[in-house]
Design a protein around this ligand. Sequence first.
Ligand SMILES: Cc1cc2nc3c(=O)[nH]c(=O)nc-3n(C[C@H](O)[C@H](O)[C@H](O)COP(=O)(O)OP(=O)(O)OC[C@H]3O[C@@H](n4cnc5c(N)ncnc54)[C@H](O)[C@@H]3O)c2cc1C
Ligand SMILES: NC(=O)c1ccc[n+]([C@@H]2O[C@H](COP(=O)([O-])OP(=O)(O)OC[C@H]3O[C@@H](n4cnc5c(N)ncnc54)[C@H](O)[C@@H]3O)[C@@H](O)[C@H]2O)c1
Length: 498
Amino acid sequence: MTEQFDIAIIGAGPGGYSTALRAAQLGNTVALIERDPTPGGTCLNRGCIPTKTLLDATATFDAIKHTSTIGIHAHTDPIDFPALHQWREHIVSTMTTGLSSLLARRGVTVFRATAALGEPHDPTGMQQRAIRLTPSPGQNDVLRINTQDSTPQGASLTINAANVVLAMGSRPRPLPGIPFHNAIIDSTQALQRDFPTSATIIGAGAVAVEFASIWNSAGCNVTLIIRKNCVLSAWDRRASTTLTRELAKRGITIITNATVTRIDSPSPREATVHYRTKGSDEDQSLQTQVVLGAIGRDPNTSEGWIDASGIALDAQGHVVTDEFGRTSANGVWAVGDITAGHALAHRAFAQGITVAERIAGLNPKPVDEYTIPQVVFSRPQAACVGYTGAQAKASGRFLDITETAYPMMGNARMLMSGSAGAMTVVSGEDTDNPGTRVLLGVHMAGPEATELIAEAEQLVGNHVPLSEAARLIHPHPTFSEAFGEALLKADGRPLHTR
Ligand SMILES: Cc1cc2nc3c(=O)[nH]c(=O)nc-3n(C[C@H](O)[C@H](O)[C@H](O)COP(=O)(O)OP(=O)(O)OC[C@H]3O[C@@H](n4cnc5c(N)ncnc54)[C@H](O)[C@@H]3O)c2cc1C
Ligand SMILES: NC(=O)c1ccc[n+]([C@@H]2O[C@H](COP(=O)([O-])OP(=O)(O)OC[C@H]3O[C@@H](n4cnc5c(N)ncnc54)[C@H](O)[C@@H]3O)[C@@H](O)[C@H]2O)c1
């Protein structure tokens, strides 16, 4: 059986579903094909949403344990893991059910199936692509999903579409030479299991520090093994060193400049990690209940049909696209984690909207990779947008680049939070527009950083002159005031700081 659509999208994560929603809004017939039981991809099912549910819950637990400094002597029982697990599942299923209804209301046809792209052919005089649907793992039929139920469509189904959008996302990268097995787990498994009493995390990116914070807040003994001397090492130096110091202050052991050489894991609840630190020629080892490998993710582009379709990939396996998401194959587009760049849900949303509008013949601006905010929901949080000082210099695009450090402890709310923080504002003049100083980047570590970064993103993204940005009034006493004060300082007229 063959069905005809204007656009077929493979993968219903943030990249795929945002493309589908916008394309349907623009009047296209859209097929969205997902092999998982629920839409939402990594983000809703095993990424952004479940991790933030656990971060919020364990932060509450941690806060209760530390109230005595403010005169509240509270006590709590250990975390009821089955109840927390149920809460996490409730949040995830509410979100995925809501997404299913939204897709149905927009008129998107959702299939539960595994999709593979076929050769271009031309049944109607237009350039067409065939997409072959086969049952998802564990299923006998391709399923057409309606809000309430699903209808079997047989063991295979072919879809024809003039435009195909690849949105297959990514999967956890195993440690080099050490496959995930027994106690060596990835982030998806880490979400499903109960909290360990001891955990070793390898990696220093978002997954590593978010899980370190979840488990640390829950009372687990956490060790981070990192290759450099701080977490988020590609970030602004002050933000990354502040976060590293704060994690250590909360009791997380951080083994720096270390490489893992071997891991023995005889059972799902025990492992010995062997590692070597820089300058030493001897391995050291530690015993742990669980080892989380958090060294990045690989794009889902290793299936044979990608190669056969002639779609160009880069050395890391990411689909190569132009700035509007067009791949090297005619009528084939790509969005989200399968493209090179920050693997973030909000980037995938923006790419999806852009591709849908481009296919519809509108004239959207390309997604500006430099103004995509990065957010890490560790305790404390970290967030940034735009250039670091070093990146601004290396770009060769700006004159008189200045990094302004704002002392966060000058902010009353920071003081009350009991956490330290860092904020750096990078400004400079565009070589095309000398004489006007603009904001180039903002980098933060501290409570509420993931919310505060939204204002910085508006200013950096819109190239607002620094003097204009510094005029904006911030409510008192708030965390956001720290950003207002940092802008005033960068503009050469600090108020509550030197
Ligand atoms: C633990 C964790 C926490 C995260 N937290 C955040 C966060 O707080 N904020 C943030 O912005 N980002 C976060 N991310 C990253 C975010 O989840 C991803 O950037 C985002 O999900 C990428 O969207 P995507 O649509 O490209 O891919 P995905 O969400 O991975 O979706 C791809 C979908 O395609 C499907 N698929 C693949 N191949 C096929 C096929 N052949 N046929 C049918 N279906 C197929 C997959 O089943 C999957 O559902 C987190 C990631 C992880 C792992
Ligand atoms: N809050 C968020 O937005 C959020 C949360 C979680 C994940 N994510 C996204 O998911 C993706 C995956 O996250 P991640 O933290 O796994 O990857 P990442 O790319 O952010 O960090 C990987 C870390 O592993 C280190 N590393 C790489 N190879 C290593 C090796 N062989 N040995 C030891 N360390 C090694 C790197 O130096 C880096 O610190 C990221 O792109 C991230 O943006 C985002």
